[in-house]
Design a protein around this ligand. Structure first.
Ligand code: SF4
Length: 190
């Protein structure tokens, strides 16, 4: 079994799909190797591509607020994406790109063995659960991936485009808080 450090090192050398050609670098993921909670997004954006870290752009800043509101310490969790290289113009990754990159995510999940996974957005939800359902149908309830409980919710980038989605996303994160054991004085995502 590879450690997260070994997976990260190996993934950074990956050129297995076309996404690497347009990306500045591979963005494997970041966080606590012993995380009980793992967040999984779609893929790196422009800022993530430049800095080599996941969720550091505007969507990442909103995610930080969601975590703060949820009483979840970012240092305790692990954050990764389904594809590790930035798709051109931030387009949705193609099915073959997801299939090629998914083994890196599977290795990360196997190494971390979190209790909980939160899929941020439809691409992550479908990739992790291996389903073809809509996010509306998948969100708001717990699924399982082996022994791991999986919850799907909206990607923070979707909340930036449509702030009304903050209400159902907060409802989903309240479910996460209950399982994770965190508490918060906040009533909503600001
Ligand atoms: S997206 Fe994934 S599979 Fe494709 S080159 Fe990057 S790390 Fe490798």
């Amino acid at each position: 079994m590879l450690t997260i450090a070994e997976i990260t090192k190996n993934a950074k050398e990956c050129h297995l799909c076309r996404l690497r050609e347009g990306a500045k670098q591979v963005v494997p993921g970041e966080g606590n190797p012993e995380a009980r909670l793992m967040l999984i997004g779609e893929g790196p954006g422009q800022e993530e591509d430049e800095k080599g870290l996941p969720f550091v752009g505007s969507a990442g800043q909103l995610l930080d607020k969601i975590l703060l509101a949820s009483g979840i310490n970012k240092d305790e969790i692990y954050i990764a994406n389904v594809v590790k290289c930035r798709p051109p113009r931030n387009r949705t990754p193609e099915a073959d790109e997801i299939a090629t990159c998914k083994p890196w995510l599977d290795l990360q999940i196997a190494a971390i063995r979190p209790d909980l996974i939160v899929c941020l957005g439809l691409t992550a939800a479908r990739a992790v659960l291996e389903v073809n359902d809509s996010l509306q149908n998948l969100r708001g309830k717990w699924h399982t991936f082996g022994e791991i409980k999986v919850l799907c919710t909206y990607h923070p980038a979707a909340l930036l485009r449509n702030p009304k989605l903050k209400v159902p996303t907060w409802s989903d994160f309240k479910m996460v808080m209950k399982e994770y054991g965190s508490t918060s004085p906040f009533e909503r995502i600001e």
